[in-house]
Design a protein around this ligand. Structure first.
Ligand code: NAD
Length: 261
């Protein structure tokens, strides 16, 4: 299948698209020829994204992914429902496990896990009426919805003060596998990507100091942080035509970190 033609038929929704990894994914999918809707809480991030991508088929929506009905109303006002979804928005602040409240834990699960699930459920096509099974019968058949859930390498490893975040990402990988099995016949192709350390502004917000950054960068065999575009390239592959037989997988993109444990 021709890659450019495929992406020209795709309308992608990227949550948390205003900065960091989400922004790199938005820009990569635009490069591939897709239409893109970027959602973010922050109007200032989206305004900056729109200015620097002026003239491209980019739409922006200021919304909180926790408010699914508002997100769907906003999407419907912008045009057709998307057929590519990248669930990237997340809360990731460090909190000591003894201080972690039930409310805060639930909030993180809401943003990082449940909101993405709600969007998938809203965008997935109906159950096929025929009893034959899958909608995609061959490599040329396109998924009715291609999804990438942005998880983390912390789905598979412990890291102090991140119990809420790590649990949310492990659950996101689990959700990815279940939906891949349950909704393949509805035309869903869904994968998770599990990045290691990627240099974004999110690290500054998280209060990580220079020494911690140096230690993190030294943990993987490549001895550096990834750049957001190195994650975006794998996301583009996973929602694209070359990944037509890839579903229910967790793609680790961590500079070899998990190879060391
Ligand atoms: N940066 C890393 O090292 C790293 C590593 C592994 C996984 N990840 C994952 O990658 C994704 C992006 O990380 P990042 O470093 O680019 O983060 P970031 O904090 O730089 O950007 C996240 C974006 O999401 C938006 N956002 C947050 N909550 C939202 C909500 N409720 N509704 C709408 N938008 C919301 C923010 O405004 C921000 O623009 C996250 O899922 C994160 O868990 C990041």
């Amino acid at each position: 299948m021709d890659q450019r033609e495929y992406f020209c038929r795709r309308r992608a929704l990227v949550t948390g698209g205003g900065r960091g990894i989400g922004r790199a994914i938005v820009e990569r999918l635009l490069d591939e020829g897709a239409e893109v809707v970027a959602i973010d809480l922050r109007p200032d991030f989206l305004a900056d994204l729109a200015v620097s991508n002026h003239g491209r088929p980019l739409q922006t929506l200021v919304a909180d992914v926790r408010h699914t009905a508002e997100v769907l109303d906003g999407l419907d006002a912008l045009g057709e429902r998307p057929n590519v979804l990248v669930n990237n928005a997340a809360m990731n602040a460090r909190i000591g496990t003894t201080e972690l409240t039930r409310v805060r834990f639930a909030d993180v699960l809401d943003v990082n896990l449940v909101s993405g699930f709600e969007l998938i459920r809203a965008l997935i096509g109906p159950e096929p009426t025929s009893s034959e099974g899958t909608v995609q019968k061959g490599a040329e058949d396109e998924p009715s919805l291609a999804v990438v859930n942005v998880a983390s390498v912390n789905a598979f490893r412990g890291q102090p003060d991140m119990a809420h975040y790590n649990a949310s990402k492990a659950a996101l990988v689990s959700l990815t596998k279940t939906l891949a099995v349950e909704w393949a016949r509805r035309g869903l192709r869904i994968n998770a990507i599990c990045p290691g350390s990627v240099w974004t502004e999110g690290w500054d917000d998280g209060g990580w100091d220079e020494e911690t950054k140096r230690i993190f960068a030294g943990k993987n065999p490549l001895r550096r942080f990834a750049e957001p575009r190195e994650i975006a390239g794998v996301v583009s592959f996973l929602v694209g035509p070359d990944a037509s037989f890839v579903t229910g997988a967790a793609w680790i993109v961590d500079g070899g970190l998990t190879a060391t444990i």
